[in-house]
Write a protein of this length. Structure first.
Length: 551
């Protein structure tokens, strides 16, 4: 009996076969065999301080590698705590496999301690959720979970492992199944022909690059198409960097809550070539309010239905090959006019003014400018949800895909700090920075201990204003006043030091950049408190409201 393989050991072997390098989570009484089996595996078990944070870590690991990140929890409350991070991965089109314990089959059918219908709870927020009925099912169900999670459109899957299954003996012939890789088809010649007809009549086309373009590595093909056509390119928040922002055809990111500079590029357009765009990234009414623009949808799967996203042609297949084929099918150059230059100048001028703004507390533009100056082109920044996200998405120049990570599917607060731990683990060759508001920071600041214990270099820049700044901004815009958004923070320097981390407080505008550089050069954990002047929020939206086109 001692030589028998348990279902838990078989599960670990299946994870190894899938190429898993880390499992993030918290163990419980009901999955001790699984956690013990990981001790003899090359897979690193990263013990976290909250299951929700573990799910965010798995999500970012999946987003950066393209392979499903793995998160593990016990049954009941542990599994339920995973759900926000799992839903975030699902809505952000990110591959993730969630595993949790469940009560034993001997009592799952009746009222029992800690027994809840976990599969039923996870089904609405995943692509697939199921319960492992016995050890023989482990190889097939694990392979299915990874295949579904990693196949377009990627997302989350969930497996519940009953306690009496986990420790049971697995059949001697049960082995991990071989993995396979989904290969996407060449674009259809008929679809390309129809797209060529649309482009033949186009006068002012625009390219929109979304999350799909980033995760499929379509940047080089997108650049080649834009240059061949001489057509401007905007990105979604998730697509930032797939087209370099220092290119003369780059318009920046679209998705801000008001009519921003980049929106004027869409106002003038008659055709939108949407490359890897997914409607959960932002409402297409922002770029096609009249529903009258022709849409060419380029992706690996069909477009969702929306009145403001009327697809004239859908090109389904490998995205990069589709773009290359489009360049051949439409050998034409367009006259972009002066709009692209004007939009780029407005963005550059705003960031340049911010870079020399010496006010204290710091303007958001100054913080963004110094953050960009402190990081290299390939370094990674995670911008948490809140006012900080809006400023970073609008102004932070990004040059490489997946180097400015934002949650814009579910727009979840609190993902950036734990996510940065995962980013540092899977991309140790670059520097990683979490940029968070003070509201989001305390939602998962306990993971500072995880980073210090695990020896993971981590730098967190906290934009401090003692408020849920984005909600206050929206209240002031819509209601003319705000309420129930103010709070008090602890001394963040002493708070960081209590975890064994280094704490910094920015005391003048000129201090931020040298502090950032010092912290990012450190192999330890650093928390930077930076007071921010959010009176700029209303100034920005007032200024944007005064802009008028066409450019």
């Amino acid at each position: 009996m001692a030589d028998e393989t348990t279902a838990a050991e078989l599960l670990v072997r299946c994870l190894e076969a899938e190429g898993v390098n880390q499992v993030f989570g918290i163990p419980g009484e009901e999955n001790i065999h699984f956690v013990d089996a990981l001790r003899d595996s090359p897979i690193r078990y990263v013990l976290t301080r909250h299951e929700q944070a573990a799910a965010f870590m798995a999500e970012i690991a999946g987003r950066l590698t393209g392979r499903a990140g793995v998160v593990s929890a016990t049954l009941g409350p542990g599994a339920i705590n995973l759900q926000l991070g799992v839903a975030d991965a699902q809505t952000n089109s990110t591959p993730l496999v969630a595993l949790s314990a469940q009560v034993g089959l001997s009592r799952i059918y009746k009222e029992s301690h800690q027994a809840v219908d976990l599969v039923g709870m996870f089904r609405p927020i995943t692509k697939w959720a199921d319960l492992v009925p016995g050890p023989p099912a482990v190889p097939e169900m694990v392979r299915r979970a990874f295949k579904i999670a990693q196949t377009e459109r990627p997302g989350a899957t969930y497996l519940a492992v009953p306690q009496d299954v986990e420790g049971a003996a697995a059949p001697a012939d049960a082995v991990p199944l071989p993995t396979d890789r989904v290969r996407y088809e060449e674009p259809s010649p008929s679809q390309l022909g129809r797209a060529a007809q649309v482009m033949a009549d186009a006068e002012r086309p625009i390219l929109l690059a979304g999350h799909g373009a980033a995760r499929h590595g379509a940047g080089p093909a997108l650049l080649a198409l834009a240059e061949a056509w001489n057509v401007p390119v905007a990105t979604t928040f998730h697509g930032k960097g797939v087209f370099p922002d220092d290119h003369p055809l780059a318009l920046g990111a679209v998705g801000f809550m008001r009519h921003d500079y980049v929106n004027f590029g869409f106002d003038a357009a008659d055709v939108v070539v949407a490359v890897g765009y997914e409607l959960q990234e932002f409402d297409p009414v922002k770029i096609n309010p009249g529903g009258d623009k022709k849409i060419i949808h380029v992706h690996t799967f069909p477009a969702e239905v929306d009145a403001h996203y009327p697809v004239a042609v859908g090109i389904e297949g490998d995205i990069a090959r589709s773009l290359t084929a489009l360049a051949t099918a439409v050998p034409r150059r367009f006259d972009t006019g002066p709009a692209t230059g004007k939009i780029r100048k407005l963005l550059a001028d705003e960031l340049d003014r911010g870079a020399t703004d010496d006010r204290y507390p710091l303007s958001p533009q100054r913080v963004v400018a110094d953050t960009r100056a402190a990081l290299g082109r390939d370094d990674i920044v995670l911008a948490d949800t809140g006012a900080v996200k809006m400023w970073m998405a609008r102004l932070y120049p990004t040059y490489v895909a997946n180097t400015c990570l934002i949650s814009n599917g579910l727009s979840t607060m609190g993902f950036a700090l734990p996510g940065a731990i995962a980013a540092a683990l899977v991309r140790p060759e670059v520097r990683t920075l979490a940029v968070v508001g003070d509201g989001a920071f305390l939602m998962h600041s306990q993971e500072i201990e995880t980073a210090t214990r695990e020896g993971v270099p981590l730098t967190v820049l906290v934009w401090e204003d003692d408020s849920y700044g984005l909600i206050e901004w929206k209240m002031n815009l819509e209601l003319g006043r705000s309420s129930s958004v103010r709070f008090a923070n602890p001394d963040l320097v002493r708070y960081a030091e209590s975890f064994g981390a280094r704490g910094y407080r920015v005391g003048a505008a000129g201090e931020l950049l040298p502090i950032l550089r010092e912290a990012l050069a450190d192999d330890g954990v650093s928390i930077i408190s930076c007071p921010v002047d959010y009176t700029e929020n209303m100034r920005l939206t007032d200024w944007l409201g005064e802009l008028s086109g066409p450019f």
